[in-house]
Structure formats: C-alpha cells, structure tokens
Design a protein. Structure first.
Length: 313
C-alpha cells in the first residue's frame, strides 16, 4: 500500500478539518466525505476536491480508513460498521457512550488486525510532547480547562466534553491504576453539569485535582505538575512549557535558589499530526499514539466522575 485511501464521516466543524488534513498528507488519498446534511457534505467536498456522500456505507469498498466525527451517541454504531468492513478507524472522543461499547470496538479491531485510534487531540500538542523530556514521577497534578459556552459540545456533560482531555493526559503521564475519585459539579446553562472538579488518587500516591468549565468568561487550558525536584507548568493554548527546579545555591535569606526554564513552541497543527500518525500507523511506520484501550480508560474514568456528580447530596 503506497497511500491510505481515507474518508471522513461527519463534516461539521471538526470533520471539515479532518478532511483538509487528509487532503494535504502525501501518504493519504481523500476518497470522499459524508454527512447526513448533503449540502454540508458537498460544501466540504468542494473545498478539498473530493466526492460527497450522505450515507457512510457508500464509502465501503472505497476506503482503507475513516475519521468518524459524528455525535457521540452515534460513535459505536458507525465505528462498529466500519470495523466490520475491515476499515481502520480514527474515532473522535469520547470514544463511545458506554465502556462495554468501547470494549466491543477494541475487540473487533484486534480480531481483524485493524488500527483503532481515539481523537484525544491534546496528546499532539507540542508542549505536551515535550513534557516527556522533563517528567519523572509526578506526585501532584492540577489542571484547569475553562471555556465559554459552546452549544457544539452540549450533547454531553462537561466531563465528557472537556475534562476527558485532561483525564487522558494525566492517566497517560501517571501510568498507574486509580484507587479513589471524589467529584462535585454544577449545572448552569444546560441540564448536564457545566462545571466540575474531580480529585483523582492513583496507586503510589499521586493526586490529580482536575477542573473543567464550559461556562467561564475567560478561557484557560493549563496543567501544573509537581514532582520531587521540580514544578512544571504546561499552557496548552500558548504552547508554553515552564520548568522550575531547586538549584544548588541558597540565597542570603535562606531560600533555595530556583532555576527556571521556559520553552515556547511554534503553533503546530495537532489535527494534521493526529491524521499523519494514524495513516503512518496503517502503513506500518509507527505505533498508534492513542489506542482504543487508552480511549476506553479515559472514558471509564469520565463516566465514573459523571456518576459521582449525579449522586444525591
């Protein structure tokens, strides 16, 4: 296989970007885009020079891989149908509605030898990628993901809409099982929780304090990580990684010297990097960066937090 024949199912705000990235990748051929809204599908198809469809099954037999960018409630059915047709799948987050659905998709992909990648886009943020070079054993993590209200994500609560990004990153960084979760939240503009906080304790003692809001006046996407020798700050929006370490000297006031380093990364294209990794994994050039198992684990934690939020006070 010289090129991966790709399709995009769902051409809304995010799906349009997926189509643009496949069209730009040298190892990919964008065969078509699909949306139940025929006018929207045709509009995106015209932009990227490909065919438009209104029924995703029309892509069967024409593509090797698809991005599925439809409402969360449709993820399982569409992904299952594609996997059963032998099509590699890049599935937007949250992976599915239930963990059982996620497990079934993982099993089908494994049985058929297919790639199943989950769209946790922040994994491709250049500041997050650089974090691996300075991270050792995190002991305490604090994250804030705050945004103004956007109806586009309101089909799920703020945990599944926004917090799941940080859940995925934190679980990947810590790499140990969760032993306890505490959570609280408030519904403000929708019937679902619009702001939530969770305290997640991992085996080994690391604690993560995670806050997400979609009813804030000012946006913020930051994570602060504390380990035995350093305080590390990641600004996802501005792509800034700051590392503060205790030096060998002591100031006249008796306070240890603090040595700080700050790295600012160019505005990389995370969606393009995601599509590039997916297609290169299909060609056997790399491993899937965000596996179905990782997507399932983030979903399981997000669902548990949601359940705690819904418990009566």
């Amino acid at each position: 296989m010289d090129k991966v024949r790709c399709g995009v199912i769902g051409t809304g705000y995010l799906g349009r970007f997926h189509a643009q990235k496949y069209a730009a990748l040298p190892q990919a051929e964008l065969v078509g885009v699909c949306d139940a809204n025929g006018e929207q599908a045709q509009r995106v198809a015209n932009e990227v020079g490909t065919a438009a469809y209104t029924d995703y099954t029309e892509l069967f037999g024409k593509v090797d891989a698809v991005s599925i960018v439809v409402p969360t409630q449709m993820h399982y059915a569409v992904a299952k149908a594609c996997l059963e047709q032998g099509i590699h799948v890049l599935l937007e987050k949250p992976m599915t509605v239930t963990v059982a659905e996620a497990d079934e998709l993982i099993a089908i992909a494994a049985a058929k030898g297919l790639k199943l990648q989950i769209g946790h886009l922040e994994r491709f943020n250049s500041a997050v990628l650089a974090l691996r070079n300075v991270l050792e054993t995190p002991r305490f993590i604090e994250s804030h993901r705050l945004a103004a209200f956007n109806p586009r994500g309101a089909d799920v609560n703020v945990v599944l809409d926004l917090m799941i990004h940080d859940i995925d990153i934190i679980q990947n960084l810590v790499g140990k099982p969760i032993v306890d979760i505490q959570a609280n939240g408030v519904s403000v503009l929708t019937k679902e929780h619009d702001i939530a906080n969770a305290r997640i304790t991992f085996e080994g003692g690391c604690v993560a304090n995670v806050t997400a809001s979609r009813v804030s006046m000012k946006g913020q996407r930051k994570m602060r990580i504390f380990q035995h020798d350093a305080y590390i700050s990641v600004d996802f929006t501005d792509k800034v990684l700051s590392v503060h370490r205790k030096g060998s000297k002591v100031t006249p006031s008796g306070v240890p010297e603090i040595i700080s380093e700050e790295s600012i990364f160019d505005n990389s294209d995370a969606i393009k990097a995601e599509a590039d990794a997916f297609t290169r994994a299909i060609l056997g050039e790399c491993e899937i960066p965000v596996s179905g198992e990782a997507g399932r684990d983030a979903l399981a934690t997000a669902i548990r937090i949601s359940e705690l939020l819904n418990q009566p006070a």
